[in-house]
Design a protein around this ligand. Structure first.
Ligand SMILES: [Mg+2]
Length: 287
């Protein structure tokens, strides 16, 4: 444990787990993670799993986690796309029509939520290049689109020029793969923000909107919520900006040396070597 940290809350009713580096690594679970989740479920504690990935549906994650021996429900999974939906429901219910840049899973998730969704590649280009679209959209929602091209960016730019608000599922500039990095959703968002001059509303961590959407939907105050993550820049900062405490686990991108050197909003309320230590930290705080 690191000295000088703020305390974990005395009472914890909601635990939000990051996925990659916390619950699983690659295609296998982090040792002890299935047991930790099963124990929390048995105690009746509210559990959520939050990922900045916009491309996979919540049902897809239920399947992926189930295959690792971690039973979950769709309601417990929060992707940056489903958090965007929840954020709009709570704070911008006037948004009904969405022009979307993203993967198939994002289209499915937005459509399931009852929004009118048109993918950027399905829109008729303006009569004159760069001109107005034939119709107006309430919002342009941008996630990671592995088939992004100039034509889709141009359509989205026209939609923003036509009055659509610009919403980013997340601002991650890089998307990690087992072999290296790919451009992330944030790189696509940056291109659109640069072209339009419009500052996007960002939902995914470290922006506070994702964790806020979770606590607000759960009805449990942020002061009784703990985020468990492996990434100080995304998980710990995101937790603090949303008013939640954070446990940094050393099973992913951070090791003990990195944890010891953290400053400011990156300093977690507690550090745990892995899932078993997370249980030790949470056990006296559950009600
Ligand atoms: Mg992670």
């Amino acid at each position: 444990m690191i000295g000088g940290m703020a305390e974990l809350p005395p009472r914890v009713r909601l635990v939000i787990f990051d996925l990659d580096g916390v619950i699983y690594r690659g295609s296998g679970p982090v040792p002890g993670a299935p047991e930790l989740v099963a124990w929390l479920h048995a105690t009746g504690t509210a559990v959520r799993f939050a990922t900045n990935n916009s491309m996979v549906t919540r049902a897809g994650y239920v399947e992926r986690l189930g295959a690792m021996g971690i039973p979950t429900t769709v309601e417990e999974i929060v992707t940056s796309t489903s958090a965007t939906v929840e954020h709009l429901r709570q704070h911008a219910p006037e948004v009904r029509s969405v022009l979307a840049i993203g993967a198939d899973g994002m289209r499915e998730e937005l459509t399931t939520a009852g929004l009118e969704v048109v993918m950027a590649d399905a829109v008729e280009p303006p009569a004159g290049p760069g001109g107005p679209l034939a119709r107006r959209f309430d919002a342009v929602v941008v996630g990671l689109d592995p088939l992004i091209d100039y034509a889709r960016l141009a359509i989205a730019m026209s939609a923003v020029a036509g009055g659509a608000r610009l919403i980013a599922t997340n601002a991650d500039t890089r998307y990690p793969t087992p072999a290296g990095f790919l451009p992330g959703a944030g790189s696509i968002v940056a291109a659109l923000a640069t072209a339009t001059g419009v500052t996007p509303e960002v939902i995914g961590k470290p922006a506070p909107a994702m964790f806020r959407a979770i606590t607000e939907a759960s009805g449990i105050p942020a002061a009784e919520c703990v985020v468990v993550g492996d990434n100080p820049d995304a998980d710990v900062v995101g937790a603090h900006r949303a008013g939640c405490a954070a446990i940094l686990v050393l099973t992913g991108v951070a090791d003990a040396a990195l944890a010891a050197g953290l400053r400011g909003e990156r300093v977690p309320e507690a550090v745990a070597a892995g899932p078993a230590e997370v249980r030790v930290l949470l056990e006296p705080r559950l009600s």
